[in-house]
Ligand binder design. Structure first.
Ligand SMILES: NC(=O)c1ccc[n+]([C@@H]2O[C@H](COP(=O)([O-])OP(=O)(O)OC[C@H]3O[C@@H](n4cnc5c(N)ncnc54)[C@H](O)[C@@H]3O)[C@@H](O)[C@H]2O)c1
Length: 317
């Protein structure tokens, strides 16, 4: 597979990880088809610079008739990234979560079988581990605690049972350029925007809270080499347990804000999993240098993108 020009479909390719992946695939010369219902942005804005080089299809993975409109196969690779994201949204919109992440995944698998697919790559989630013992290993006992955690796991199971060649990557907290702030979106862009655009306190929920962050370019680098993980379920993470309090302090320093803006709050009732870190030994056996961008560097690049995208005010000298 490596070295050969590939025909690739990305579901959810207008989203954060998908748009970064689309660019990386184009750089290596692949032919890229994207299907996305634009439920996050309302437009394929994050693909603006490459839209003329990809085949973009405005469609919904829940609707088989939309998938039937996609260019016919076979596809060397199908990256199934479209999802209703993430835990908090799934509590507010459980039906959307179920229909997109479960039924939508079944439709994508049917499409893949019909079109022909060399490898189906599924973006699973570390949320699915729930409160399993740390560090989280691929064979840890899984105990999902939110609808999203459950439906992302269901998606994994459908993929494994599909009869298609597959690779499942359980992504931990991914951050970086292309991830906009907003309701139900990720902590890092939302914390940066709050610091840059408001005088509100920066709330951290729970003194014990930790997460395992990986920079989006590092995640994309693994996805590009997905064939190495054929038939496997793999964590994709740095393996570094970062306290959220420490992260908040770094963000304050990055935007030159006083520590007094930090406000420690009790954990949110729905967020029953306070600590999360991956065991990355299986990942490193296949991808020795995976997910190694230092957090400091990744945060700088994230803030730079947020500035360029207008989510942060221009830097003052
Ligand atoms: N970002 C993370 O930290 C993270 C962590 C673990 C797992 N994941 C998984 O990685 C994948 C990509 O995540 P992301 O951060 O890029 O999310 P995202 O929300 O930025 O992108 C998802 C894309 O899917 C599209 N979409 C949603 N419903 C759709 C539907 N019914 N039909 C077609 N398109 C639809 C959205 O419009 C969006 O462009 C998801 O499957 C997510 O569960 C992400």
């Amino acid at each position: 597979m490596p070295g050969k020009l590939m025909r690739v479909l990305i579901t959810g390719g207008a989203g954060f990880i998908g748009s970064n992946l689309a660019r990386a695939l184009l750089r290596r010369g692949d032919e890229v088809v994207v299907v996305d219902n634009l439920s996050v942005d309302g437009s394929p804005a994050r693909l603006d610079d490459v839209l003329h080089r990809i085949r973009f299809c405005h469609g919904d993975i829940r609707h088989r008739e939309d998938l039937a409109q996609l260019p016919s196969g076979p596809y060397d690779l199908i990256f199934h990234l479209a999802a209703s994201f993430a835990n908090e949204r799934s509590l507010a919109l459980p039906t959307q979560d179920l229909l997109t992440n479960a039924q939508g995944t079944l439709s994508v698998l049917d499409f893949a079988r019909g079109a022909g697919c060399g490898l189906l790559v599924y973006a699973g989630s570390s949320s699915s581990y729930g409160a399993a013992p740390l560090p989280l290993r691929e064979d840890s006992l899984i105990a999902p605690t939110t609808p999203y955690a459950l439906t992302k796991l269901l998606g994994e199971r459908y993929v494994e049972a599909s009869g298609l060649p597959f690779a499942v990557f359980r992504l931990f907290n991914v951050y970086g350029p292309g991830d906009p702030p907003g309701p139900f979106r990720n902590a890092i862009p939302n914390m940066l925007r709050l610091l840059g655009q408001t005088d509100q306190p920066l709330q951290v929920f729970g003194a014990e809270a930790t997460r395992d962050f990986s920079f989006v370019d590092d995640v994309v680098a693994v996805l590009l080499e997905a064939h190495r993980a054929r038939g496997r379920v793999l964590n994709v993470a740095s393996g570094i347990e970062t306290p959220i309090l420490g992260l908040a302090r770094r963000l304050l320093a990055l935007l030159r804000q006083p520590e007094a803006r930090l406000q420690l709050c009790p954990p949110r009732p729905w967020d029953t999993v306070s600590r999360r870190v991956a065991d990355t030994s299986a990942l490193r056996a296949l991808f020795p240098d995976a997910c190694s961008t230092p957090l400091e560097e990744g945060l700088l690049r994230t803030a730079h993108w947020l500035r360029r995208a207008g989510f942060l005010p221009p830097e003052t000298p």
